[in-house]
Design a protein around this ligand. Structure first.
Ligand code: ZN
Ligand code: ZN
Length: 77
């Protein structure tokens, strides 16, 4: 039985590293399968380890000071 070690992040289960197949003497024969061995690494990947990104937090947030509201103050005489 051949083995292929696949390392995954234990937190998010994303692929960390896929090792090359460790072939046995029956490698390549008909019906022969490669057993996948999952090895968990003890942290999350870069896109899942940091605190959740907040898309839109910096986008489109402008102070509504009336500057662009178009409502001009009444002109007193
Ligand atoms: Zn094998
Ligand atoms: Zn991940």
């Amino acid at each position: 039985m051949c083995y292929q070690v696949v390392e995954r992040y234990s937190v998010c289960r994303c692929l960390y590293y896929k090792h090359s197949i460790d072939p046995c003497s029956a490698y390549g024969q008909r019906g022969h399968i490669v057993q996948e061995k999952t090895v968990l690494v003890g942290y999350a990947c870069s896109s899942h380890s940091s605190s959740r990104p907040e898309p839109g937090y910096y986008a489109g947030v402008l102070p509504d000071s009336g500057y662009a509201s178009g409502a001009h103050p009444p002109h007193y005489q």
